[in-house]
Design a protein around this ligand. Structure first.
Ligand code: C2G
Length: 129
């Protein structure tokens, strides 16, 4: 079984996220999503989420491409995650191109193109209009 892992906040879940998850899952047979906790988002990403971790987790678990959701609590957990879950492929959107190449020592690294026209920030801006 080829296992894939990806990381993110996935707030205000939208079709750009689903496009990513669908392609991530297609890289293997099992997709793990490491979901940024509220604390990680606030302390390390300066992101205030609309939905709580539990609500974002619930939404991700309802997506057919997602097999397991685990918490992302630090920038440093990726190597441990790859080893612990015996991951074959790490993948993430190409807005992170090159940032996680260090994982190539442990697994395949694939950067997938982002869906250009949609973002959580854009949604919040448009709704604020
Ligand atoms: N994404 C995408 N297209 C969009 C928006 C997002 O493909 N229009 C992808 C991102 O590239 C990322 C995933 O969806 O792979 C989740 O996006 P975010 O929730 O914004 O994740 P991010 O804040 O980039 O967190 O340790 C890594 C970080 O946790 C990544």
């Amino acid at each position: 079984m080829r296992k894939v892992i990806t990381y993110g906040t996935f707030d205000l879940l939208h079709y750009g996220h689903v496009n990513l998850l669908q392609r991530a899952r297609a890289l293997g047979d099992y997709l793990i999503v490491a979901l940024s906790t509220d604390e990680f988002n606030w302390n390390m990403k300066k992101k205030k989420c609309y939905f709580s971790y539990d609500e974002r987790k619930r939404l991700l678990e309802a997506i057919r491409y997602v097999d397991l959701v685990i918490p992302e609590e630090s920038w440093e957990q990726k190597v441990q995650d790859v080893r612990e879950f015996r991951v074959d492929t790490f993948t993430i959107g190409d807005d992170w191109e090159g940032k996680f190449d260090f994982l190539k020592d442990y697994c395949e690294v694939v950067y997938l193109t982002r869906t250009p026209e949609i973002s959580t920030t854009q949604i919040k801006t448009d709704l604020g209009k």
